[in-house]
Ligand binder design. Sequence first.
Ligand code: HEC
Length: 358
Amino acid sequence: MAFQKKYNTYLLAILAICFAGCKAGGNFPGMEYMPDMAHSKAVETYTPSPTVDNEVLFANGMSARLPVKGSIPRGYMPYHLKDTAEDYELAGSSVRNPFHDDREAVLKNGKKNFEIYCAVCHGKGGAGNGSLTSLGSGPYPPPPSYFKEGYLDMSEGKMFHSVHHGKNLMGSYASQLTQNERWEVITYIKSLQAKEAKSSQKLGSDEEALAYVLRTSAVSGGYVAPAEDEPESFLDALMSQKLEKGSTITLKNVFFNSGSFQLKPESFVELGKLVSILKNNPASKVEISGHTDSQGDANANLELSKNRAQAVMTYLVTNGVPKAALTSMGYGASVPVADNETEEGRARNRRTEFKVVE
Ligand code: HEC
């Protein structure tokens, strides 16, 4: 009995504390044991300074305060390169777009901010005819069109650098747009450039056009080597030839994310050529095969190679190659073409091939 009474008293005390703590809201932070700094009592901005013990708390009488020196907004990322010519080049070769593989997802936000911040000069379409410029209805000299040589292939790192630091007549956008927002805008600019490239370079599909723009700008930035001439011209040559039964061709410029079977956009140019070749040879039947190196688990490699071959096949079918003309196979590491002991050999073994079977 005595025990239960004591127990009830404790229970009541705890409930009382809970209720007292629950009244939080508005300017009252509630009662807390060891209060969190995030729940400090709010002082309204633009009101006279509060008083404590009849003394004005802040010397200038205002409640609005500057942030503590050195404080940074939540989510802020510093940018390590300086506003110098050398660092501009360095940005071109080393600063990569974090949305590289997921462009679609950020285009909407990129477009919105581009139209708010950039279109007044660069024009909604990117041709440099914004309303502030003499090509629009304004007094200022127009910025260069994004479609001119030197801009169409400008690396995304350089663009980011210029938008961060500003360039000549263009001011910095570092304080208007967060880093991610700046990248979203640049992703959008690249999509405008792809649209233009599709017609000017006579590219077949939107994907090919985007791959073209990304590839040329990655090459100009120096983070992708120019494509080797030989294999490319080899596929180009095949475009006007009849496919020969039994021939096997390695696709040099088909790329996947590491360990995954998602095609990288850089692959679409090469795959676009393959689409044309197969459409020109409607009587041929082709096997698409995936191969890995011998590193890692054999079953996982087999599965990965199957999925990669399947991904290529799906791309071809989606782009109009009849399904009946294709089969896909995964061989894992079982058909090496080079020594698995060296990195160079392993790189050659990780490949996608197509073989003309009929
Ligand atoms: C006030 C007009 C104006 C606005 C607004 C403006 N720009 Fe520019 N921009 C320019 C001019 C002018 C240049 C050419 C600078 C030069 O090379 O002298 C330029 C150049 C550029 C370049 C090429 C930079 C380089 O390295 O050569 C990029 C990329 C760019 N702008 C992106 C943007 C983005 C993104 C926005 C919006 C966030 C924007 N601009 C807003 C005027 C503007």
